[in-house]
Design a protein around this ligand. Structure first.
Ligand code: SF4
Ligand code: ZN
Length: 316
């Protein structure tokens, strides 16, 4: 198989593009794809300061590297989730990348910030770890963007991620979530930071290939909480369809964004206001993050009482 661009020996075949590329041409192709996405969706503007969410995994490092190479003024933002056996490695890889390229990096420890690491939060609130984790990420990233005066936050969600979320939302007809599924989430309130997903046309496999060819040292392990996640099942199903019908994955997501999402968004009438507790954006009086944290603290207090009660019981 030969490279579609230079006719050298191909290193990777991209069936949905009906093309194959050698290493250097693949890198050029992928970087162009991302730049085209940024421009066509008006994600970033030249000279704009960009906060990049970086976990240390393949997608976020791929994104940071491409934005760095394309000359955007980036600052990394890493959330240390406090997940034993997983989080330290991601943080190490992120810090090493920032140091190697002399890029600014902000690190926030969820435990230090809230009093609970993600596993403790899950235990106290009796919610699945991913639920509390996702909510914490959205909240703390938005806050970091606001506090740092960044006009835009970029995340490394790839095509497989967004297609799997779309699949899950369609399966359960989650209309509200579907109406918000856009590559760009504009800042519709002064307390919201615009968020963008520049990798929506890059698959997981392509992100891995990019990291390997660029020599990026990324965190290879999956979070232990991802084991058995429905999103992995959805990705697997979509990949099976993609294997027999190349291009289906991209068409599924892109055609949704083009044809259905705007209609759903037009029907949404949500009034945003500021949370009575923290001032971040919500639709009710108190935001979901503050309610979750309050629940976690209440459990801690109750446990304290239980412990004291047990200690006060006189010996028989
Ligand atoms: Fe968080 Fe779940 Fe992702 Fe782990 S798998 S990082 S707990 S959202
Ligand atoms: Zn709040």
């Amino acid at each position: 198989m030969k490279c579609s661009t230079c006719q050298a020996k191909a290193a990777i075949e991209l069936r949905r593009h009906n093309a194959a590329f050698c290493g250097p041409c693949f890198l050029t192709h992928l970087e162009r794809q991302v730049q085209r996405t940024i421009e066509s969706e008006r994600m970033l503007h030249p000279g704009e300061r960009v906060l990049v969410a970086v976990s240390g995994g393949k997608d976020s490092l791929c994104l940071w590297e491409i934005l760095r190479r394309q000359g955007y003024e980036t600052t990394g933002f890493h959330l240390d989730l406090g997940i034993g056996g997983y989080s330290p490695e991601g943080r190490k890889k992120t810090e090493a990348y920032a140091e190697r390229h002399g890029l600014p990096l902000q690190v926030t420890e969820v435990k230090e910030e809230t009093g609970f690491a993600i596993p403790e939060l899950a235990e106290r609130t009796r919610r699945p770890p991913c639920s509390g984790c996702g909510l914490s990420k959205r909240y703390l990233m938005n806050r970091a963007g606001l506090e740092g005066g960044f006009p835009v936050l970029a995340t490394g969600h790839n095509l497989d991620d967004v297609a799997a979320v779309l699949f899950g939302n369609v399966l359960h007809w989650q209309l509200e979530q579907l109406s918000r599924m856009t590559p760009v989430r504009p800042a519709t309130h002064p307390r919201l930071v615009k968020t963008v997903k520049p990798l929506i046309r890059v698959t997981e496999r392509e992100a891995v290939a990019y990291c390997l060819l660029r020599g990026l040292d990324y965190h290879e392990d999956e979070c232990p909480n991802a084991v058995g996640a429905t999103s992995l099942l959805y990705k697997d199903i979509i990949n099976q369809i993609e294997a027999v019908s190349p291009g289906s994955k991209q068409a599924f997501y892109q055609e949704f964004v083009k044809k259905l999402q705007p209609r759903l968004a037009a029907q949404e009438t949500v009034t945003l206001r500021e949370c009575d507790v923290c001032g971040q954006v919500t639709t009710g009086e108190v935001c979901a993050y503050c309610r979750m944290m309050e629940r976690a603290r209440q459990v801690t207090v109750r446990r304290g009482r239980v412990t004291r009660t047990v200690l006060e019981v006189p010996a028989a």
